[in-house]
Design a protein around this ligand. Structure first.
Ligand SMILES: [Mn+2]
Length: 482
């Protein structure tokens, strides 16, 4: 199939290591490389029966993909590229019942951002220059919420995600603004370590957010409302985003511009860590490149965003007195034993300049998945990172004095899933992922007293349609092969 060949070929020239697959698996190197992206977030594959088996163990089984059960002997190369492509559009319900000891609040209210973003946080904006941008970005969301209550919210078009926001888009989607944001957020991110320390102070609540994937309306309605609708008198919320801001969904540009602008203005309230889609070799294929080209008509903006992505911290330690957890997009790898070793990794060197050990660790941080079928580690069928088992998770938590590992990176039907005896939590914050998955999303709220609460939500009204399929921009992806 042409698509597969294109995707595979497109991966091959990148400098970035595809991890352990390259040496041990010659016969399927190409396939594995393509799998790295195609398996993305797995909307999981068609191999349902295998999953059912592992799901039975503790009721958590993340959708860790039909490939999980093959995880131990993946060298068999059981990769059928055709179903990988198809799996994007035929997701499967895999999990799950969740533990009742963690309260879940259903958020089925239509939230509306305030008219004046100057009041978004009580702290004064650090720079002030981006408050208008923040307001412009959120204004269409507020307008859409009003429409949704009335008769006719505009119906989604089937193609071209930016269409219905284009009138507002002209106000802020300019190359100059994007470049300014990139410059200023780089300065802020550079000051942060590769391993963030996020401390929840007395009276504070941290909001942990999984994959957003360009679902800007969902983020504005159901995530940021935690701040703009917080109880009167309570402290400002802190937000920790676990990566995958762009690709897949229709408004990766708006999502990343808003998050970067918020990071510039409120660096102590907004924390960002890097996902595997904040990487050029991924974001060129899964929608962001095409979206940037459509909205800016200038591919240098896409390249600039990807430069900035390299400055996003790789993971975080979230702590309150007596407790802490490790926050990361993907997960563990065999080389990562001391969590503090992440601090010394030069994150901007990832993709070619790191030594093998550190590169492998970063691969794992961005790409790994938990699996019930693995005791410690095996290769991830994504073609990058690892599958890590309960023993690996437990040992890592014990050695590093962690309550658990909180990560994103996989769609889960209830928006969150515990795995590995509650040592691994997956949070996914893109409802109805890709416009077809019918999954709920969630965010995790953590208080200073270490109360964990999930807020679960469905797709926001009047959300933009999904991005065009990969085939629509194959020529652009080919362009970058050279
Ligand atoms: Mn991911």
């Amino acid at each position: 199939m042409l698509n597969d060949e294109r995707l595979s070929a497109d991966e091959a020239p990148t400098a970035h290591s595809v991890g352990p697959s390259s040496s041990s698996n010659n016969s399927s190197t190409t396939t594995a490389a393509s799998a790295k992206d195609e398996n993305e977030e797995h909307i999981s594959s068609a191999a349902a029966p295998a999953v059912t088996t592992s799901a039975a163990t503790d009721g958590t089984s993340n959708e860790a993909d039909g490939g999980d059960d093959e995880g131990g002997d993946m060298d068999g190369g059981a990769q059928n590229p055709m179903y990988r492509v198809d799996s994007m559009f035929s997701p499967q319900i895999l999990d799950t019942t969740n533990d009742a000891s963690f309260p879940v609040v259903q958020d089925d209210v239509v939230h509306q951002p305030p008219a004046d973003m100057k009041t978004l946080f009580s702290a004064p904006p650090r720079k002030g220059a981006y408050m208008t941008l923040i307001q412009d970005l959120l204004r269409p969301v507020a307008a859409a919420a009003v429409k949704a209550d009335g008769t006719a919210a505009s119906s989604p078009t089937s193609h071209g995600g930016s269409a219905s926001s284009s009138s507002a888009a002209s106000n802020y989607l300019t190359r100059d603004i994007a470049m300014d944001v990139c410059r200023d957020v780089t300065a802020v991110l550079t000051d942060e370590p590769s391993l963030l320390d996020v401390k929840i102070q007395e009276g504070e609540t941290l909001v942990v957010v999984g994959d957003v994937h360009g679902q800007f309306h969902d983020m504005a309605h159901h995530v940021l409302n935690q701040q703009y609708e917080k109880p009167a008198g309570s402290k400002d919320r802190k937000f920790l985003f676990l990566g995958d801001y762009v690709d897949r969904g229709p408004q990766g540009v708006e999502t990343i511009l808003l998050l970067f602008a918020l990071k510039i203005e409120y660096p102590d309230q907004i924390y960002l860590i890097r996902g595997n889609h904040e990487e050029s070799q991924t974001s060129r294929i899964y929608g962001f490149l095409f979206e940037v080209r459509t909205k800016f008509n200038d591919l240098s903006v896409w390249a600039r965003f990807n430069e900035v992505f390299c400055y996003i911290p790789l993971a975080a330690i979230v702590s309150a007195p007596g407790h802490r957890f490790f926050a990361v997009h993907g997960g563990l790898s065999p080389g990562l034993t001391d969590v503090d070793s992440i601090r010394s990794i030069s994150r901007t060197d990832y993709g070619g300049m790191l030594d093998n050990t550190e590169s492998d660790i970063v691969d794992g941080l961005l790409w790994s998945d938990p699996s019930d079928a693995v005791v410690r580690f095996s290769r991830n069928e994504r073609g990058c990172g690892y599958l890590f088992g309960a023993a690996a998770a437990t040992e890592f938590c014990e050695q590093n004095n962690l309550d658990f590992i909180c990560r994103a990176h996989q769609m889960t039907m209830q928006g969150y899933t515990w795995a590995h005896n509650k040592k691994v939590l997956t949070v996914f914050s893109a409802p109805n992922y890709c416009g077809v998955s019918n999954n709920l999303a969630s965010i995790l709220l953590v208080t200073h007293e270490w109360e964990l609460n999930f807020v679960q939500f469905a797709m926001a009204p009047n959300r933009q349609p999904i991005a065009p399929p990969a085939s629509a921009f194959s020529s652009w992806s080919n362009y970058f092969q050279s």
